[in-house]
Each structure stands twice: as C-alpha cells, then as structure tokens.
Ligand binder design. Structure first.
Ligand SMILES: Cc1ncc(COP(=O)(O)O)c(C=O)c1O
Length: 491
C-alpha cells in the first residue's frame, strides 16, 4: 500500500479495496466490544504490514463516518495506538502509521541482544524503539561464539575436498546427521537414527515440510495449542492446512477436546509449552501418544528451547516414547542464533521418503558449508560449551527478572517451570485494566506482550497476564525495565 494522503476510503489495499475496509468487521462488532475490536484490527493491520509505515490515516471524523461508528471510538483508538507506538500523531497535521515504528527494523533494546524475529508480528516484522523490550522469542545474540565459529569455518574450508561443494544429500551432510543424532540422543533422549534425521532450516521449515506431506496424504486440519505460537498456525496454513485451536490446561492438551476435534495431526511444545510455560505432565504425554496411535495420527514436537532447564535436568523429548508417531523438530535458533537458519527433524519411517522428497524439491538441501561448520562445532564440543554458557546466562537473567518483579510489583505471580527464555507473570487487577497497563508500559518505553495475544482465552478477572522474554536482556536492563514498568503503573 502506498502512503495515503487521501481521506475517505483511503488508499486501495492489496486486493484493490479501500484500505479502511479491513476495519469494517471490527466496526460491526457489538457496541460493548466495538472500541476494543477497532483497536485490535488497527493494531493487526499495522503489525501485518497491511497498513504500511508512513501511511496517513484519515481524520477521526472521516474514518468514523466511513465506518459508521462514533468519532469518540476512533479518537480513542488513535490515542491508544499512538501511546503504544503504532501510530504517530502531530497536532493539527494528522496521524500516520509509524511514529517510532519502522518496518523491518530490529528494535534497539537496552542491554544485550534485543530485536530479532517477533513470533507474533510475523516476518518481516514491525518494531518499535523501546527502552527495554521484554517481548519473547530471541536469545542473546551477543553470546554467539564468534571466534569458535570462525575457527570451525577455517578448519572446514581447509579440509573439505572440492567434490563436497556439489549438491548435498537433501537429508543433510552425513557427518552433520551423525553428530546431531549423537547429541540429540544424549541431550534430549530422542531415538536418533541418523538415517531418519533430516537437516532443515529450523522448526519453521520442519513444520512446512510436514504440512505439505500430510496435506498430500489428504489431511486438511492440524491442531495447535491454545494458547500457542502463532507461527505454528501460519506455517501450516501456508501448506494448505487449516488450524484448529486445542485447549490446554495446567498439564498439557486436554484429551477430550483433542479427541472430539477430528484432527489427525497436532503440533505441540511439551518440554516447555509456548507461551504458557508449563511442562506437560507424564499422563498427558502418554494420552497424546495413545490418541496418535488410535487415530493413526502424527505429533509434531517443537522442541524449541528444550535444552534450557534451571531447576533440574531437562525432561526428555516426547519423541523418545514413540518415534513412529512423533516428528521431532529443533534448531540452533535459541542456542546459537536464529539467523543461522539451521535445524533438524527426526522423521517416522513411514513419512521419511515423502519428507526428504519435499525437502529436495523445496531447496535441494541446506548450504554445505554451514552444515559442515555445525558438524565440526558439535563434534568438537563447541555446541555443548555454548549450551552451558547460555544456560548460565539465562538462569541468571531469569533470577534477576523474578527478583525485580517481586521487589517492584508486589502481588505478581510468576508461573511455569524454570526453563527456557520466558516466563508468564500474572499482574493483579489493582494495577489497572489490561489495556491501560500495557499502554502505560509502552509510554514508559517498555515493550510487553500479553498472553491474550497467543490464544482465544479472554479472562474477565481484570488481571494482566504477561509473556516476558528475558534471555536477550542483561540483568541490569531487566531491572531497569521492571523499574520503568512499576513507575508507569504506579506500583
Ligand atoms: C514456539 C517456537 N517454536 C519455534 C521457533 C523457532 O523456529 P526456528 O527453529 O525455525 O527458528 C520459535 C521462535 O521464536 C518459537 O517461538
């Protein structure tokens, strides 16, 4: 969409409709919800890029007339989104998409790391310059082991014969598949036959490979956790599969809705559920596998952060219990860097040929040099060292976050297991209704995500449930961010 100086109807959208038509469904919401629906639709339009940075919005009077809503609702929506950083307003001059928002730009968080992919906003994403960005999804990119990686690169370039630079086996280099199989069996308790290991560009590609294969087998739906990673739904949708929300409770997926859903494939995060932070109970793991065997279905196990556990040894992956029903997927995105785009999947025998053929037709395999470097890194112990280093840093940051929350926001409750890169914090209603709380945080320069953004539940207790990512922030940035937040909400 081009920046629009027009008013009524706005600039044409990608489908040739006036841009503001995308707000019409929200305008038709019941009166009680209309204001919020309008804000959500506008926010989503900016996040998804349908309203591009720089687009000028119509005046409140014109948009209200176009949508058939009161001018007050539009004014409120503009103010709210301006406070959150999605819009920018200049007195008397108008309102634009953008403000501090710059499409495709990585946010500058205080401390280390910051930025990176935003699992909610999608890719390319819209980022806002915040003083402290607690949105989850990114490891500390400054912990990337540059010199060890460079040494592995030099060694690989010195030893690889010319013929190794030809088209690779689409499953991945044998030396990497062997190294990863050994590492995953040891660290994650998976059944790791190198012949069934397919190197891919991450959990994302594992999801699309599986989606295409299952779709070609006639499946039309896939179950996703509610709440869950929005990326799961998007990735499967890109393969023609429809997603079905499946409710979770404190132990994992609830068996009855799963059985009633009619799906024959699900994608789950049992080691550390994203985003609720629970670890699935042993009973629910067993029930899921029973279900898969009964319906002849498949489980995609997204082990995105399964290496990081701070109170005990990590619980082994689900795949170890039934490698014929579980497709296991992991990547270096949380341990090294998401930008490497390197991951792996372990595939049941029955699906292996189809998955490998999909991988071959999709990209003819992952880059050889990157694979060889990772193989070298894993074989020489560099990967284990990196995991230990991250584990130490992330545990310290989690402790710093919990301490800051307890000290600055009394009554806050943190839930989920001591693991991974994020926590769930429930803030009592006394600090104000969720929208106001989040808007005040944004005004104070603190970026936060609420749990509501990841699922269908809309609790009415007034408490704010936050998904707080901490791994990319230094302990002092964490303390600063929580201090800013406490000041902003009057704690
Ligand atoms: C739940 C979940 N799974 C997987 C990933 C990572 O996917 P990939 O391995 O493709 O980088 C993310 C990244 O944010 C995630 O949040």
């Amino acid at each position: 969409m081009t920046p629009s100086g027009t008013t009524s109807g706005g600039a044409p959208g990608p489908a040739g409709q006036p841009a503001w038509e995308l707000l019409l469904p929200a305008a038709g919401a019941p009166a009680r919800r209309r204001g919020r629906a309008l804000q959500e639709a506008l926010r989503e339009a900016v996040r998804s890029g349908r309203l591009a940075a720089g687009t000028r919005l119509p005046s409140t009077r014109e948009l209200a007339a176009d949508l058939g809503v009161s001018r007050g609702l539009v004014t409120e929506a503009y103010e709210q989104l301006t406070a959150e950083g999605y819009l920018r307003g200049e007195r008397g001059a108008g309102t634009w998409v953008g403000g501090a928002v710059r499409a495709g730009r990585v946010g500058a968080a205080t401390g280390t790391g910051g930025g990176g992919r935003d699992p909610v906003a999608g890719v390319p994403d819209v980022r806002v310059d915040f003083r402290v960005d607690f949105r989850p999804g990114t490891p500390d990119l400054s912990l990337f082991p540059r010199s060890a990686w460079a040494a592995a690169q030099r060694s690989v370039l010195a030893r690889l014969p010319h013929r190794a630079l030809g088209y690779p086996d689409p499953r991945g280099l044998p030396e990497l598949r062997g190294a990863l199989a050994g590492m995953l069996a040891r660290r994650r308790g998976v059944v790791a036959d190198p012949e069934r290991l397919v190197v891919c560009s991450g959990v994302a590609q594992a999801s699309t490979l599986l989606g295409f294969v299952l779709r070609a087998r006639g499946l039309r739906t896939v179950g996703v956790e509610d709440p869950g990673s929005p990326e799961h739904g998007r990735l499967f949708a890109s393969t023609g599969m429809e997603t079905v929300w499946l409710p979770l409770d404190g132990e994992g997926l609830r068996p009855e809705p799963l059985a009633a859903s009619g799906v024959r494939a699900v994608v789950v995060t049992p080691s550390h559920q994203f985003p609720s932070g629970i670890g699935w109970s042993a009973e629910r793991r067993a029930a899921l596998l029973d279900w898969a065997r009964t319906v002849g279905g498949y489980v995609l196990e997204d082990d995105y952060d399964g290496d990081f556990r701070y109170d005990r040894a990590p619980v082994g992956a689900l795949q170890g219990l039934d490698p014929e029903r579980v497709v296991y997927a992991g990547s270096v995105s949380k341990s090294l860097a998401p930008g490497l785009r390197l991951g792996w999947m372990l595939v049941p025998e029955e699906l292996l040929g189809e998955v490998v053929e999909r991988k071959r037709t999709m990209d003819l395999g992952n880059p050889v040099l990157d694979q060889a470097v990772l193989a070298e890194f894993v074989t020489r112990g560099g990967y284990d060292r990196q995991l230990r280093r991250c584990q130490r840093a992330y545990r310290e940051r989690r402790d710093a976050l919990l301490a800051a929350l307890a000290a600055r926001l009394p009554g806050i409750e943190v839930s989920g297991i001591a693991a991974g890169l994020h926590v769930i914090a429930r803030v009592p209603a006394l600090f104000g209704p969720p929208e106001r709380f989040l808007a005040r945080a944004a005004e104070a320069g603190v970026a936060l995500r609420s749990l509501e953004e990841y699922g269908t539940a809309r609790p009415s207790d007034g408490d704010v449930r936050l998904v707080i990512g901490y791994a990319h922030l230094s302990p002092s940035a964490i303390a600063e961010g929580i201090g800013l937040l406490a000041g902003a909400v009057g704690a």
